[in-house]
Ligand binder design. Structure first.
Ligand code: FE2
Length: 255
C-alpha cells in the first residue's frame, strides 16, 4: 500500500472509531449521520455499509425497547389515575412540565429520561392508599389516614426499584419528591441540595399542577395566586433556582 493509501485508510479508521464511540453513547442517529460523512470507503466500503446497517437496526431496536418501557409506565400511571377522578392526568402534566424545566437546566439526555419517568411515576405509591382517603372531601385527614398518604413516596420507591437497577435513580427521585428545601418535608427530612435534584424539580412542578387542580373541597387556584405562593415559598418549600425556571417556563407556555 502506498503512503497515500495508508493515510486514507488511517483517516477512515479514525472516522469509524468516532462513529463507534458515538454509538456507544447511545446516540445512534448522530452516529449514522457521522457515518454518512466518512471519507470514501474504497476497499473498506462493504465494512462501512455493514456498519450503517448494524447501527440502523440497533437504533430501531432501542426505540422499540424505549417505547415498550414508556408504554408500561403509562399503563401503570393509568392504573393510578383510575383510582381518583380528582388527580387523573396530574402525573402526565407534571412529567411534561418537569422535562421542560430539566431541559432549561441543560440536564444530559440520560437525566432527562430519568426525570421524565420519575415524574410520571412520582405518585405511583398512592396505588396502595385506600380510595376512601384519596376521594376524601375534607381538606384535612385524621392522623392515621395522613400517615397512609405520607407513606406513598416510600411505597413508590419500593415499587419502582423492583423494575431493576436502571431505575435506581428514578426510584430515589420518587422517594424524595415530598422533601422540602427547609428540611421540613418527608419521608427523610432532607434539606437543600441534599435532596436529589430530580426530586426538587418534581416537587415544584407537582405543587404547581396540584394548586391548579379542582379538589372536592377547593377550586383550583388562579395563576397569579399560584405564582405568589411559589415565589413566597422559595427557600422554604422549594429550591429557589427551580422555582425561577418553572415560573419562566409556565409564563412562556401562557404566552
Ligand atoms: Fe406525591
Amino acid at each position: 500500500m502506498d503512503t497515500r493509501a495508508v493515510g486514507a485508510a488511517e483517516d477512515l479508521i479514525g472516522a469509524l472509531a468516532s462513529v463507534a464511540r458515538e454509538a456507544a453513547e447511545g446516540t445512534y442517529g448522530s452516529a449514522i449521520a457521522q457515518l454518512q460523512r466518512v471519507p470514501d470507503g474504497g476497499t473498506f466500503l462493504p465494512l462501512v455499509q455493514a456498519l450503517g446497517l448494524l447501527l440502523g437496526r440497533v437504533e430501531a431496536r432501542e426505540m422499540r425497547l424505549e417505547n415498550l418501557v414508556t408504554g408500561t409506565i403509562r399503563a401503570l400511571v393509568a392504573a393510578e389515575d383510575a383510582k381518583s377522578q380528582w388527580t387523573a392526568g396530574h402525573s402526565f402534566r407534571v412529567a411534561g412540565l418537569a422535562v421542560q424545566v430539566g431541559e432549561k437546566f441543560r440536564l444530559p439526555r440520560r437525566k432527562i429520561r430519568e426525570l421524565h419517568y420519575a415524574a410520571l411515576l412520582h405518585d405511583i405509591g398512592k396505588i396502595g392508599v385506600p380510595e376512601r382517603i384519596l376521594e376524601n372531601t375534607s381538606p384535612t385527614l385524621v392522623a392515621e389516614d395522613m400517615d397512609k398518604v405520607k407513606h406513598h413516596p416510600v411505597a413508590g420507591q419500593e415499587i419502582v426499584a423492583k423494575i431493576g437497577n436502571d431505575f435506581k435513580a428514578i426510584s430515589l427521585a420518587i422517594r424524595h419528591h415530598h422533601e422540602r428545601w427547609d428540611g421540613k418535608g418527608y419521608p427523610d427530612g432532607l434539606a437543600g441540595e441534599s435532596i436529589p435534584f430530580l426530586s426538587r424539580i418534581i416537587a415544584a412542578c407537582d405543587s404547581y399542577d396540584a394548586m391548579r387542580m379542582d379538589r372536592p373541597y377547593q377550586k383550583g387556584l388562579a395563576e397569579p395566586k399560584i405564582r405568589t405562593i411559589l415565589e413566597e415559598g422559595c427557600a422554604k418549600a422549594w429550591d429557589p433556582a427551580v422555582v425561577a425556571v418553572l415560573l419562566g417556563t409556565v409564563r412562556r407556555l401562557a404566552e
